[in-house]
Ligand binder design. Sequence first.
Ligand SMILES: CC(=O)SCCNC(=O)CCNC(=O)[C@H](O)C(C)(C)COP(=O)(O)OP(=O)(O)OC[C@H]1O[C@@H](n2cnc3c(N)ncnc32)[C@H](O)[C@@H]1OP(=O)(O)O
Ligand SMILES: CC(C)C(=O)C(=O)O
Length: 564
Amino acid sequence: MTMLRDPSRKYNPFPQVDLADRQWPSRIITAPPRWLSTDLRDGNQAIVDPMDSAKKRRFFELLVEIGVKEIEVGFPSAGATEFDFIRGLVDSGTIPQDVVVQVLTQSRADLIRTSFDSLDGVHAAVVHMYNAVSPAWRDIVFRMSQQEVRQIAVDGAKIMRDEAAARPRTDWRFQYSPETFSTAELDFSIEVCEAVMDVLQPTAERPIIINLPATVEAATPNIYADQIEYFCRNLPNRDAAIISLHTHNDRGTGVAAAELGLMAGADRVEGCLFGNGERTGNCCLVTVALNLYTQGIDPGLDFSDIDRVIETVEYCNELPVHQRHPYGGELVFTAFSGSHQDAIKKGFAARETQNDEKWRVPYLPIDPADLGRNYEAVIRVNSQSGKGGFAWVLEQDQGLKLPKAMQADFAPHVQRMADDLGRELNAADIWQAFRDAYYVQTTDKHFQLVDYEESRGADGTRLFAGTIEVAGQAQRVSGRGNGLISSVVATLRDAFGVELEVQDYSEHALSKGSDARAAAYLECTGADGRKIWGCGIDEDIATASVRAVLSAANSALRDGDNPA
Ligand SMILES: CC(=O)SCCNC(=O)CCNC(=O)[C@H](O)C(C)(C)COP(=O)(O)OP(=O)(O)OC[C@H]1O[C@@H](n2cnc3c(N)ncnc32)[C@H](O)[C@@H]1OP(=O)(O)O
Ligand SMILES: CC(C)C(=O)C(=O)O
C-alpha cells in the first residue's frame, strides 16, 4: 500500500459553510475566554498509563495554582480509579470555592447516575454529557437515524435534570457536547442542542454550556470558525448558552481553530496544557493563553514559572513536552544561528537604552523572563553560529564584553572548535577557546608575568620593571614609555625582539568570573602589519593592561611573528 496518485478517489474536500456574510475575519479578541482544562479527562484518556490518584491530585493542584477555574476532573463511570479520585477530591473538601469541577459522561442512564454520585455534595459542579451527532457516527457507530440520535441526547438530558433536582446540596450546572460537531450537519447540531436546552431550561442567569467539539479536526480552521459563527447566530435562546470550543489537532491547527472560534463568537475554550489529548492532542491552553498575552491581553492564567509547569505535566502524563513546543519547549527561545544571534544580542543591547517597557527583541515573540526563563539559553553556540553567539555567551558567563573587532579575531577559534568537536559548544568550551586563543589565565604560554612595578621618571615617562618568565625561565626586564602599556611594549621589544604597535585599547570592570575585577583588550599590529589582539584579566586594572600586552605578545609568537 502506498499513497494514491489520485487521493480524490479516497478523500473528499471538506464542504464550505454557506455564510457569505461571515463577520469573524474582521473581529479581534480583546478579552480572555473562560478556560476549561481537560487534562485530567481528555488528556488522561489518551496516555499509555492513565494517571493514578496521586498524579491526578498533583495535576489538579497545578491547574489551581495556574489559575484555571473550570477543571474536568475525569470520567467517573470509566472505573474505580476515576470514581474514587473524584469522590476523594470532593470529600477532602480541598476544591477551592472559586473552582468548578466537571465530569464527562456518555448519554447513558447508568453512566449519568454514576457521574452524579461521584460529585454529590460538592459546592458546584458541571456534568458534561455527550453523544456523537455526525453522519459517520450515526451510520456506523449507532446505526441510528437523526431522530434516534437526537433522542439519545434528550433522554440523557432528562436524567441529568432529574438527578440534579434530587441532589440539592450541589449547585449543578450542565454541559452538552454534540460530539463530532465539526463533521456534522450544522442545522442538525443546532436541532439537537435546542432539544437538550428545551429539557434543561437554561436562562441567561443560569446558562448551559454548549461545547462544540472538533472531535477530529477535518478542515482548515476558517471552516471551524464559520461553523461556530453559524451556530451562534442560529441557536435559539443563544443568551442562555455559554458557547465552548473543544478542538483537536489532527491537522496541526487546533490552536488556530480555537482562536478563530473565539473570533466567531465563542466564550470558552477547552484544552490541555501543552496539547495532550486524543491522537494529536487537544488545543494547547498554554499556547492560546500566551498568544493572548503577547497581544497585551492578560489571559488570567499564570505561567510565570513555566518550567515547573512542564515538570509536573511531564511527570503526570509521562510524555515529554516537545523541545519546539510554543512557549514551553526547551529550545523555543534559543538561537544557534549566527544572524539570529546577532539580532537578538542587538535587541537586548537596545533594551538597555530604551526608556519604555515595550518588548522589541528580534526573533523573540515574548520575553523569556516573563515565563521564568533566564537569558542564558537564549543564545547557544554551534557550527552555525556567528560572532554575536559566542560574544553573548562570554558576556553572560564571564562578564567579558569583547570589542567588535576582537570578536572577528576570535571567531575562527570558535568555529574551529565547533567543527572539530562536531557538537554544541557550552560556556566552558567557549571560555577555554578564549583562554587558549589569548593566553588568558593559563600557565601554558611563552611569556608569563610574574611581578612588576611601575615608576615615573623625572621627564614624565614611565618605567616598567618586572619579572617575566620566558619559556619557564624567570628574567628581570625593564623598559620605558609614555605610559604603562607603552613601557611594557618597549620592554618586550628591547628584551625579546617582539614588535608590537598598539592601535587601540579598551577596558571595563567585570561583574562575573572568579576574583577578577577588570578586563583589558589591546589591538596591535605585528611586525608584518598583521592585526594581533591581546586580553588581560586581573583584579587590578593596570595589571590587566600589562597582561593584555603579554597576551598579544604570546599571540604574535604563536602566529609566527617576532620569534624571541
Ligand atoms: C470524544 C471523546 O473523547 S468522548 C470520551 C471518550 N472517553 C472514554 O471513552 C473513556 C472512558 N470510557 C470508558 O471507560 C468506557 O467506554 C465506558 C465505561 C464509559 C463504557 O464502556 P462500555 O459500556 O464497554 O461501552 P463502550 O465505551 O465500548 O461504548 C460502546 C457502546 O456505547 C454506545 N455509545 C457510545 N457513545 C455513546 C454516547 N455518547 N451515548 C450513548 N451511547 C453511546 C455505542 O453505540 C456502543 O453501543 P453498542 O454496544 O450498543 O454498540
Ligand atoms: C466529549 C467531547 C467534548 C470530546 O472530547 C471530543 O469530542 O473530542
